[in-house]
Structures are given as structure tokens and as C-alpha cells.
Ligand binder design. Sequence first.
Ligand SMILES: Nc1nc2c(ncn2[C@@H]2O[C@H](COP(=O)(O)OP(=O)(O)OP(=O)(O)O)[C@@H](O)[C@H]2O)c(=O)[nH]1
Length: 389
Amino acid sequence: MAFFSKLKERLFKSSSRIEQGLDAIVEEGGTEEPAELGGEPEPSIPEPEPQPAPQPELPEPAPLPEEPVTVPTPQPEPADPTPAPPPPETSAVKPGLLGRLLGRREGKPVLRRTLDDDMLEQLEELLIASDMGVDTAMRVTANLAEGRYGKKLSVEEIKRLLAQEIARIMEPVAKPLPLYPKKPQVVLVVGVNGSGKTTTIGKLASQFKASGKKVVIAAGDTFRAAAVEQLQVWGDRAGVPVLTAPEGSDPASLAFDAMTRAQEEGADLLLIDTAGRLQNRADLMEELAKIVRVIRKKDETAPHNTLLVLDATTGQNALNQVETFKKISDVSGLVMTKLDGTAKGGVLVALADRFGLPIHAIGVGEQIDDLAPFDPEEFAAALVGLDAN
Ligand SMILES: Nc1nc2c(ncn2[C@@H]2O[C@H](COP(=O)(O)OP(=O)(O)OP(=O)(O)O)[C@@H](O)[C@H]2O)c(=O)[nH]1
């Protein structure tokens, strides 16, 4: 759960949008109910009147052999079986017996609203506003409503249900970057300009190196000197060689050299950065195809992964980017960056729902440990602003 607190803090923009929206929805037409935290709403159970002898109900006392019945603790009951009304402040703070037995916490009354069509529509709109997309928002709310229509729900309960539904959608796509025994495993990193490819490669290289893997980086974005420098900084820091080529030179030829070096050095992983900014889609496709052709001269099974890096701040546009990159390359998995700077975190749910492509990792900042494997339950809880279970 170490990453969870950070994730929750960094996803604040997305979760606060959802939280505020839920508060407003439940306030509208909600009524105050006794607090029953910790689960689905249950039929309210009136607290029992203080009984003269509040013994737990036991099965018929079996006739015990000889032993006198020993009472474990002295009974604090009044001697008089008709109890005087307790002082008001005591009864106000003391949790009810049934509540204690059921492990409930009592607190302020909770606002609950009956789940009806209006409320469902508002929930749907809220999810769409958090960039979950229309289809996914409809699916999530429909599942949430199943068996609960007409029931009263609090904000906390809705959050839990939403988190459950979101985690269910994301579970099948939560897959770490697969590691193969093949050496070097070639990972081609694609994505539009500025999506966070270079940073993600730097973070991955550092993390793999720290876990004992031998890594080589090819700075294939030869169009942007700054990207090359950035990779060199990451490489120096992690002790990973970064192969570069002069600005504007052919990235495919750099990829070939990097492949040769990685093979010679017995590297476990070769991470290849690519440029995202080309004149048009045909150019980009041609460049990526050329890189693939060239590295296949060295290993016909390469690249073993084609990672598409997406920037969460682009919201629904990320869906178009997946469509485009699926057409021009053989995308095998996704990394979503910049979830820290956006209220559009719901887009990751839409991506999972629409494409079913593995989500390997998420980025929540610019530091090395701000890239973590994707955990659907943690993500879902953080997205809706729930605390860790
Ligand atoms: N807040 C935040 N910033 C990030 C994250 N990932 C990357 N960035 C920043 O986003 C900016 C662009 O990242 P790059 O890694 O240079 O993106 P790129 O895709 O390589 O861009 P080009 O080289 O121009 O194609 C940089 O300032 C990064 O520091 C993240 O998870 N969170």
C-alpha cells in the first residue's frame, strides 16, 4: 500500500472532482439517516431499549456439571431492574450495543439519497465529466444500479460501489510489462510528442537497472536534442548506457547500432525512444516501420513490446491516440503519464473498457519512483477518493 497514499494524493484533482460531484448529487433530494458505516445500507435496526439484564442471547443453558456458573466480569447493572433514565450525555456518546456487536461506528447522521433515474443520470454525467467517456460511464452506472434501484445510498457507499465497478473493468488489463528470457528484450516506446516517452524510458531504465537488469537505451528521438540530453541524464544517474546520434540523423540506423551493442553486451533490455512529432501520420508510420525492419535484421522476433505512452491531461484525446498508434504500430501495452496533473484520470477507465490493451504502468510525477505498476483496486479507490481498505 506504500504507493497508494501517493497515488491518492496525486490523483487529487480527479478524485476531488468526483467527490464534489457526488456530494452535490446526494445533497439534492437526500435525507439524513442514522449513520451505518462500513457497507451497503442495511435496514435500520432500532437500538434496543436498555434491558435490565443485557446478557448476550445464548443457547439454552446446558446443565453444567457441578460447576457453579461463573460470570466472567462483574455486571455493571444497577441493582434495580427498572433502570433510571441514563444521563443524556452518556447515551449520546455511547455507541449502541447492537452497533458495537456489528462492528459499526456511530457518528453524525448520514445523508442518503434514493437511487432513481434522475440520480443515475446525474452519476453518469459526473463520470463523463471525469473523462470516463459515455459508454463506460453508462456501463458503470448500470452495474451500480443493478439490485440497488430504489435503495438509499450515501456518498461513501456510492464511492465504494463505483470503485468496485471501476476495478472490475480494469482488472483484466492490469499487467506489468512482461519480461521474456529473450536477450535483449526490445521495447519500442511510441507516443505523441510530449506524452512522456523520454521520462518513462528514464524511469523504466532506472527501475530495471535497480532490480539487477542490464539495460541499454537508444535515444531514437533524433529530432529533439533536449530529449537526448534528458535521456543521458537519466542514463548517467542510473548507470545505463544511452546511445545517441547527431540531431536529425536516421533513427533506424541508431536503433540498429543500439541492437548490436545490446547483443554484444548481453543486455537484458533495449529501450528505444522514438519521435512523436513528424509531419504527418504516414511519415511517422514509415519511420516506425523502418526501425522495426532494421532491428528485425538482428532479431526477427523484435520488438518484443511496443509501449504506447499516453498523457492523461489530454483526456478523451488519448482514445484517438490509441486508435492512431494501433494502426501504425503493433501496440502491445500502455503507460499513462501525468495522472498527477489532471482532473481527467477517468480516461484510463475508458481506455481499459474500450481497447482492453494491457496497462503496464502509470506515471504520477517526474521522479523515478513516480512510475508504478498499475494496480486496478488502488487506482479505482484513489480515483473516487476512497481511503485504503
Ligand atoms: N507531472 C508529470 N509530468 C510528467 C510525467 N511524465 C512526464 N512528465 C513531464 O512531461 C514533459 C514531457 O515529457 P517527455 O518525457 O519529454 O515527453 P516525450 O514524449 O519524450 O516528448 P518528445 O520528446 O517531445 O516527443 C516533461 O516535462 C516531463 O517531465 C508525469 O507522470 N507527471
